[in-house]
Structure formats: structure tokens, C-alpha cells
Design a protein around this ligand. Structure first.
Ligand SMILES: C[S@@+](CC[C@H](N)C(=O)[O-])C[C@H]1O[C@@H](n2cnc3c(N)ncnc32)[C@H](O)[C@@H]1O
Length: 201
């Protein structure tokens, strides 16, 4: 189960978060520059705002999404159905450290604000590397340890799941993911960008 507090859960399911996510998903789609026939994974999809946006804006050949919290997956399921975007979307309850997908399945994995909730966050990054095709793109947005102790301090997080930009980049490399040098910016997150799968971890 997720370690999110009631306050964070309220924020994650708020219209403000949905509004911010529109910009994030658009940025991910620009950064990843995927063809419309791509297969995409939305990791830690929360209430499914990002899943619906990926489906609407990219129209991928296949779209999978998962979250460890069954109530979030249920919200995502209802959102997609309400918007008529549920056709062919594979939604599951699953743990980022044990993804229920075969190796090399996806052209892209997108995630916002998920990995810093996972105590064994390096294992989650290894799973991203495993499920991506060679050359596949990982688009991420995370708060650094500094941000979790500063701007985000009202939202409690476990110390094990905190990292800084250098630790993040090193863990990406260990997972077979090469981070791009191009600096990327998003509101809220101070570790964001794209990494490409270069080799098996
Ligand atoms: C801060 S919310 C972000 C949700 C959504 N991605 C967004 O951008 O609004 C973190 C999400 O990660 C999920 N999560 C936490 N640990 C997870 C894990 N080990 N595996 C999968 N999802 C996890 C939580 O249930 C929650 O929905």
C-alpha cells in the first residue's frame, strides 16, 4: 500500500493536480517524441489523469497503467470510462518494484511523483529498464531530497526513498538508462527529464 498521507491523497486527486498534469504529459510527449504506434506505460497512475491524457493526446497502439493503491486504480478506471477513453487500456494494481509486464514491452514509461514513494526506489528504476525496449524512453518528474525537506515538507515521506539529482542519475545508469544532458523544467519537480534505455542492467 502507498505511504501517502490524507493531505497528499487529497492533493493528488484535486483539480489543481489535474491541471498541472496536462502540462506535464504534454511535456513528456514532446520530450519522448514517440510515433502514434507506440506502446506506453503510465507508472503509478494515481487517479488516471495522466493515463487519460496519454490516450487522448498520443493515441498509442497500447497503453498500460498501474498503481499500488487499488482505490487509485478504481478512480482511474472510472475516469477513463466516463471520458470514453477506456477502450484497450490495461489498468492494474501492481508494485513498481515487481511490474507484471514482460521484458522489453514498452516504447516509453512515464511517471510523475511516484518513485520517491518507493522505499526500494532503485529496484523500481531497474524495473523501468527491464520493461523498456532498447532505445525506449523514460520520462520522469520527481522531487529531490532537498525539495522533500523544503517545499514538500508538509507531506511526510520515508527517508529511504529520498534521493538527490546525482544519486538519481547514477541509479538510472545502473538500470541501463542514459539520462539526457538537455536541462528540462517543470513546475513542482526539480528532477525531471528523459532517459533512454541503452543496455540491459
Ligand atoms: C504523488 S502520487 C502521484 C500520482 C500521479 N502519478 C500524479 O502525478 O498525480 C504517487 C502515486 O504513486 C503510487 N505508488 C506509491 N508507491 C507505489 C509503488 N510501489 N508501486 C506503484 N505505485 C506506487 C501511489 O499510490 C500514488 O498514486
Amino acid at each position: 500500500m502507498s505511504d501517502m498521507s490524507a493531505l497528499e491523497r487529497w492533493l493528488v486527486t484535486s483539480p489543481f493536480r489535474a491541471w498541472l498534469q496536462r502540462g506535464e504529459v504534454r511535456a513528456f510527449l514532446r520530450w519522448a517524441s514517440l510515433p502514434s504506434g507506440a506502446c506506453v506505460l503510465d507508472m503509478g497512475c494515481g487517479p488516471g489523469v495522466s493515463t487519460a491524457l496519454i490516450r487522448e493526446l498520443l493515441r498509442p497502439r497500447c497503453l498500460s497503467a498501474f498503481d499500488i493503491d487499488p482505490s487509485m486504480v478504481e478512480l482511474a478506471r472510472r475516469r477513463l470510462a466516463r471520458l470514453g477513453l477506456d477502450d484497450g487500456v490495461d489498468l492494474r494494481v501492481a508494485d513498481a518494484t515487481k511490474m507484471p509486464y514482460e521484458d522489453g514491452l514498452f516504447d516509453a514509461v512515464f511517471e510523475s511523483g511516484v518513485v520517491h514513494h518507493v522505499p526500494d526506489w532503485r529496484a523500481a528504476l531497474r524495473e523501468v529498464g527491464r520493461v523498456l525496449k532498447p532505445g525506449g524512453r523514460f520520462c520522469f518528474a520527481e522531487p529531490s531530497r532537498g525539495r522533500l525537506r523544503g517545499l514538500f515538507r508538509i507531506l511526510p515521506h520515508s527517508v529511504e526513498s529520498m534521493f538527490d539529482a546525482d544519486e538519481w542519475r547514477a541509479a538510472l545508469a545502473d538500470a541501463g538508462l542514459q539520462a539526457e544532458e538537455t536541462p528540462r523544467r517543470l513546475p513542482l519537480w526539480d528532477i525531471c527529464g528523459v532517459a533512454t534505455k541503452t543496455h540491459e542492467a
